[in-house]
Design a protein around this ligand. Structure first.
Ligand code: PAF
Length: 284
């Protein structure tokens, strides 16, 4: 596996692959890799002649400086995992390499209304930062396919909007959420949980899963409240938002028959650690 740290080297590497008419599969990450990332990597490796993974903690998508400061960084272990997974190249740029002063890196994307709700409301500027780094990475890596995890359900919708509005020729592939045996959605942030917080964290998925059954005989409002009340009753847990939305527009619904595809998206503070998850309500 080639370890690439500069834009110049990456550009050269990609040009050589394109000259050989290889397909490029790309997995952008912020490192602290876990099984969830590796499931995306496995698909990128299996479905493309060349697979590239980026490891870059992107400062422009953090609206909270503490969150950026404490974000787990495990570069050496990440590189080892990627080499074992058979990745062709890993791109590990510095902030200066990604956002050099002399280059005006595009920002301010048309991300549609999907970027205004939920994470968009609670993390102002977050999705513009995600769009900025993903757009820059797409320009450099020029992938045929890019792989994203469904844990970040809203992020995928926003990236699809960015790709469409920028006219980028790439297939966005969404991959199922990977969970620990106890149901907790795998996330780099799980590493920040204390032992007690980690023990309680699977309640998030338990509440979501139970609510799918509950939703069959209860209103949207009652289903919503059952999840929030259950989680808020747990020590150290506080739901930041839970929205039951149309899976395409991400706008909240009030009746189950308003949309054929309904998703519940949740963000919960477990102590100071902000965890997200989501579940499909319809179709069954
Ligand atoms: O999902 C993530 O880890 C990040 O938002 C991404 C897509 C790598 C952009 O920094």
């Amino acid at each position: 596996m080639q370890i690439i740290r500069s834009v110049a080297e990456l550009t050269q590497y990609v040009a050589a692959r394109k000259n050989q008419h290889q397909t490029i599969g790309f997995v952008p990450t912020m490192g602290a890799l876990h099984e969830g990332h590796l499931s995306l990597v496995e698909r990128a490796v299996g479905e493309n002649e060349c697979s590239i993974v980026s490891v870059f903690v992107n400062p422009t998508q953090f609206n909270n400086p503490d969150d950026l400061r404490t974000y787990p960084r495990t570069e050496e272990a990440d590189i080892e995992l990627l080499a074992k997974a058979g990745v062709s190249a890993v791109f590990v740029p510095s902030v200066g390499e990604m956002y050099p002063e002399e280059v005006e890196v595009k920002k301010d994307f048309n991300l549609g209304s999907a970027a205004e709700v939920m994470e968009g409301k609670f993390r102002p500027g977050h999705f513009q930062g995600v769009a900025q780094v993903v757009n820059r990475l797409f320009e450099l890596v020029r992938p045929n396919r890019a792989y994203f995890g469904q844990k970040d359900f809203q992020q995928i919708a926003v990236i699809r909007n960015m790709v469409e509005s920028e006219g980028i020729d790439v297939e966005i592939i969404d991959c199922p959420i990977k969970r620990a045996d106890d149901g907790l959605a795998l996330s780099s942030r799980n590493a920040l949980l204390s032992a007690d917080q980690r023990r309680r964290a699977p309640e998030i998925y338990a509440a979501l899963s139970d609510s799918v059954e509950y939703s069959k005989s209860h209103s949207v409002r009652a289903t919503h409240d059952s999840v929030v009340e259950r989680l808020d009753a747990i020590p150290e847990m506080k739901v930041e938002y839970f929205e039951i939305v149309d899976a395409r527009t991400l706008l909240p619904i009030e009746e189950w028959d308003e949309s054929p595809d309904v998703q519940g998206c949740i963000t919960v503070f477990n102590g100071k650690v902000r965890l997200i998850d989501n579940i499909c309500y319809r179709p069954f």
